[in-house]
Design a protein around this ligand. Structure first.
Ligand code: ADP
Length: 447
């Protein structure tokens, strides 16, 4: 097992990984930018190294600074968390060349799944259903018109290198298609450094259903049920739950089997997520794979009792999975609300500043994953996540009631937060009945 792990990340996920290290008797090294000097992940780690100024490009994305920190502190592995360098195949490759283990899949698997058009082609070859659309990248606009004609409007044009809900454009008629493809290309180039785009049929009111998988380096692979991440704002997840009200056991098993096939197609090891859209006819389609730990991983941990970060670390160290498919039992229901420092009344603009009062919720079956504390300043340089509340209940109703209680207990002053917005969603009658889909907020919640 590793002796010392460097965490190439910040905030709540860095803290989450430090906690796993501590429970495993592994020393932890935090890295931080000048803006994060007072961060809880820095205070909690066994050692810490400043890796540069506030701008991510000069610190959390600066590969040579992170490698130097690992070499200086004698870390034998690096955990990338989510975001930043977590899906950077070059980073995975370079650190392995230095004799340091990357806690994640192989660089080749990241490459195969990181480019969404390539991933789509790989899934078609593997026999995993994808949303009807282009085979790969849309080369010329004439071809785009042909494909759209065949699959029918509306279509969605997506950046191959896109992520975080960005780089997507819905097109309703042929008149707008050529211009949209061109705009999508230049936007993709500016945002992600590649102008490659591909096309899918735009599904109406789908659910976002994703499967958590774990694979080791010995060929064992399991899925840990699904998460329903249909509550989104601008294609970004806001509330996640597990299991999903949309699946029965046979559909769950079929989707789980496809998720395993998808992962096997790229020789996957580590924790990963296969994302699907499920349409109103209960047809499901692969949209992408995330080759890292995800923000919403705690809901799966709550219903399975399996610590995904510990498994990830053990897998990277060459151990076999601690569970087989038959061992994985889903119990009860879990929900997660992402609490951001944002002003819901001003179109959710980030609201950085000092937290003057901070009293987190507690009590039975309430988990708070956060790196915030009273007196801490939410920096303006990074995403605005303050923390996540996760509640568990024996059934969905109990998990929701517990979340309402927890949201009511949470006191954060000094910055605006999305807590009132979550309360509005949880009070919605359609939400309570589980009638949710990716455009739910747009349709049902007045912002
Ligand atoms: P990202 O990598 O940016 O997260 P995804 O491909 O995972 O992008 O899609 C994010 C979200 O965008 C989905 O959960 C869904 O809400 C919406 N979306 C993506 N593709 C489609 C589609 N073909 N039809 C309808 N909605 C889609």
């Amino acid at each position: 097992m590793f002796k010392k792990i460097l965490i190439a990340n910040r905030g709540e996920i860095a803290l989450r990984i430090i906690r796993a290290c501590r429970e495993m008797g592994i020393l932890s090294v935090a890295v931080y930018s000048e803006a994060d000097r007072e961060s809880l992940h820095v205070k909690s780690a066994d050692q810490s190294v400043c890796i540069g100024p506030a701008q991510p490009s000069e610190s959390y994305l600066k590969i040579q600074n992170i490698i130097s920190a690992a070499l200086v502190t004698g870390a034998d592995a690096i955990h990338p968390g989510y975001g930043f360098l977590s899906e950077n195949a070059g980073f995975a490759r370079i650190i392995e060349e230095q004799g340091i283990t990357f806690i994640g899949p192989s660089a080749a698997a990241i490459e195969n799944m990181g480019d969404k058009a390539v991933a789509r082609e790989t899934m078609i070859r593997a026999g995993v259903p994808v949303v009807p659309g282009s085979d790969g990248i849309v080369g010329d606009t004439g071809r785009a018109l042909e494909i759209a004609e065949k699959i029918g409007y509306p279509v969605i044009v997506k950046a191959s290198a896109g992520g975080g809900g960005k780089g997507m454009r819905v097109v309703h008629s042929p008149e707008n298609l050529i211009k949209s493809v061109q705009t999508a290309r230049s936007e993709a180039k500016a945002a992600f450094g590649s102008s490659d785009v591909y096309m899918e049929k735009y599904l109406e009111e789908p659910r976002h259903i994703e499967f958590q998988i774990l694979g080791d380096r010995h060929g064992n692979i399991v899925y840990l049920g699904e998460r329903d991440c249909s509550i989104q704002r601008r294609n970004q997840k806001v509330i996640e739950e597990a299991p999903s009200t949309a699946l029965n056991q046979s559909l769950r098993e079929e989707m789980g089997r496809m998720a395993l096939m998808a992962a096997a197609a790229v020789g996957y090891h580590s924790a990963g997520t296969i994302e699907f859209l499920l349409d109103r006819n209960k047809e499901f389609y692969f949209i992408e794979m995330n080759t890292r730990i995800q923000v919403e991983h705690p809901v799966t941990e709550m219903i399975t009792g399996i610590d995904l970060v510990k498994e990830q670390i053990a897998i990277a160290a060459g151990e076999k999975l601690s569970v087989s498919q038959q061992d994985i039992k889903v119990t009860g229901w879990a929900i997660e609300c992402r609490i951001n420092a944002e002003d819901p009344a001003r179109n959710f603009t980030p609201f950085p500043g000092v937290i003057t009062r901070y009293i987190p919720p507690g009590g039975p079956w309430v988990r708070v994953d956060s790196a915030a504390y009273q007196g801490w300043e939410v920096p303006r340089h990074y995403d605005s996540l303050i923390g996540k509340i996760i509640t568990w209940g024996r059934d969905r109703g109990e998990a929701i009631e517990r979340m309402r209680r927890a949201l009511g207990e949470f006191r954060i002053e000094g910055v605006m937060t999305t807590i009132p917005f979550h309360q509005k969603v949880l009070d919605n009658a359609f939400f309570k009945r589980g009638e949710i889909y990716t455009n739910f907020i747009q349709r049902r919640i007045s912002e």
